[in-house]
Design a protein around this ligand. Sequence first.
Ligand SMILES: [Zn+2]
Ligand SMILES: [Zn+2]
Length: 72
Amino acid sequence: MCEICRNTPCYFRCPNYTSKKPICYCSSCGEGIFDGEEYIENPNGEYRHYDCFYGMRDLLEWLGYEIKTMED
Ligand SMILES: [Zn+2]
Ligand SMILES: [Zn+2]
Protein backbone atom coordinates (compact mmCIF):
# COMPACT_ATOMS: atom_id res chain seq x y z
CA MET A 1 0.00 0.00 0.00
CA CYS A 2 1.24 3.50 -0.85
CA GLU A 3 2.10 5.53 2.27
CA ILE A 4 1.03 8.84 0.75
CA CYS A 5 -2.41 8.10 -0.62
CA ARG A 6 -3.02 4.76 1.14
CA ASN A 7 -4.27 3.12 -2.00
CA THR A 8 -3.15 0.11 -3.99
CA PRO A 9 -2.51 1.02 -6.73
CA CYS A 10 -2.05 4.74 -6.15
CA TYR A 11 -4.83 7.20 -6.55
CA PHE A 12 -4.23 9.11 -9.80
CA ARG A 13 -3.48 12.43 -8.07
CA CYS A 14 -0.90 10.87 -5.75
CA PRO A 15 2.74 12.01 -6.35
CA ASN A 16 3.75 8.35 -6.34
CA TYR A 17 1.39 7.59 -9.16
CA THR A 18 3.72 6.79 -12.05
CA SER A 19 2.42 3.48 -13.25
CA LYS A 20 0.38 5.00 -16.03
CA LYS A 21 1.16 7.67 -18.55
CA PRO A 22 -1.47 10.31 -19.13
CA ILE A 23 -3.77 9.59 -22.03
CA CYS A 24 -3.43 13.20 -23.15
CA TYR A 25 -2.62 16.64 -21.76
CA CYS A 26 -4.92 19.43 -20.71
CA SER A 27 -4.46 22.53 -22.87
CA SER A 28 -5.46 24.76 -19.93
CA CYS A 29 -3.36 23.63 -16.95
CA GLY A 30 -0.83 21.53 -18.89
CA GLU A 31 -1.26 18.55 -16.57
CA GLY A 32 -1.90 15.06 -17.88
CA ILE A 33 -5.42 13.76 -18.10
CA PHE A 34 -5.52 10.37 -16.40
CA ASP A 35 -7.76 7.39 -16.16
CA GLY A 36 -10.88 8.26 -14.22
CA GLU A 37 -10.69 12.03 -14.77
CA GLU A 38 -13.40 13.89 -16.61
CA TYR A 39 -12.31 15.80 -19.69
CA ILE A 40 -13.67 17.37 -22.85
CA GLU A 41 -12.24 17.25 -26.37
CA ASN A 42 -12.94 20.06 -28.81
CA PRO A 43 -13.16 19.89 -32.64
CA ASN A 44 -9.50 21.05 -32.91
CA GLY A 45 -8.36 17.91 -31.10
CA GLU A 46 -7.50 19.74 -27.87
CA TYR A 47 -8.31 18.35 -24.45
CA ARG A 48 -9.18 20.00 -21.17
CA HIS A 49 -10.13 18.73 -17.74
CA TYR A 50 -13.77 19.30 -16.94
CA ASP A 51 -12.55 21.26 -13.89
CA CYS A 52 -10.32 23.51 -15.99
CA PHE A 53 -13.15 25.62 -17.39
CA TYR A 54 -13.86 28.92 -15.71
CA GLY A 55 -17.47 29.06 -16.73
CA MET A 56 -20.03 28.39 -19.38
CA ARG A 57 -18.69 31.12 -21.68
CA ASP A 58 -15.16 29.77 -21.49
CA LEU A 59 -16.43 26.27 -22.27
CA LEU A 60 -18.60 27.31 -25.20
CA GLU A 61 -15.96 29.53 -26.80
CA TRP A 62 -13.38 26.76 -26.47
CA LEU A 63 -15.80 24.40 -28.19
CA GLY A 64 -16.01 26.88 -31.06
CA TYR A 65 -19.40 28.41 -30.36
CA GLU A 66 -19.85 32.09 -30.87
CA ILE A 67 -21.66 34.04 -28.17
CA LYS A 68 -23.84 36.41 -30.16
CA THR A 69 -25.89 39.42 -29.22
CA MET A 70 -29.27 39.67 -30.91
CA GLU A 71 -29.69 42.84 -32.90
CA ASP A 72 -32.58 44.20 -34.89
ZN1 LIG B 1 0.03 6.78 -3.70
ZN1 LIG C 1 -6.43 20.84 -16.65
